[in-house]
Design a protein. Sequence first.
Length: 212
Amino acid sequence: MKSRIFVTCILSPLFLFVAGCQTTPVQNTAGTPTTYQDPGTRGAVSGVGIESQDIVSMTDKMSRDMLGDPVFVGSKGTPRIIIDSKFFSNESSERINKNIITDRLRIGLNRVSKGRMQFVGREYSGMVEKERDLKRAGKVDTATRGLTRAQAGADFRLGGRISSLDARNASTGQISRYNQITFEMVDLENGLIVWSGIYEFSKSAQDNIVYR
């Protein structure tokens, strides 16, 4: 009998604690609903760094400039070009995924050039090599396009640099940043720079935004 009373006394506070937890309503504060924004316009969160509207603007400008250059369009033969981030360096004070810039530039040019340029996917060379080995070993057929002696070589490759110059007012917290993005197309046979483009802008803000 005493043992039963002891158990009841020990467990009763636990039951009351659980019951109290179950009857206490959880208060959830409503958050801001998600909204879609045009990537070509300034977003609700904006700072002094490179943002979506800057990427859209700079890649569109570089595409138009390249398509109007006789080195790429109107020359003998269809130029083969590599556009990726391997030789596109970031020396600015901002963290940024360089592929966002080079991917948009390459895809935009590939779509609007309509066969006047050819783009070599050098980053996919490992994938291509494995398939070539399977075909030549007879493990798969030659598909519909036949075999080539080697993977496609390129005539030109993109290089470039992202740079910035920052200034901060210690008393007011005002931040100013000059951003400079350079694009250069290099002849892969002789090393000559056959085309150059630059995109630059300056921004200032009271509080900077953390970019990831």
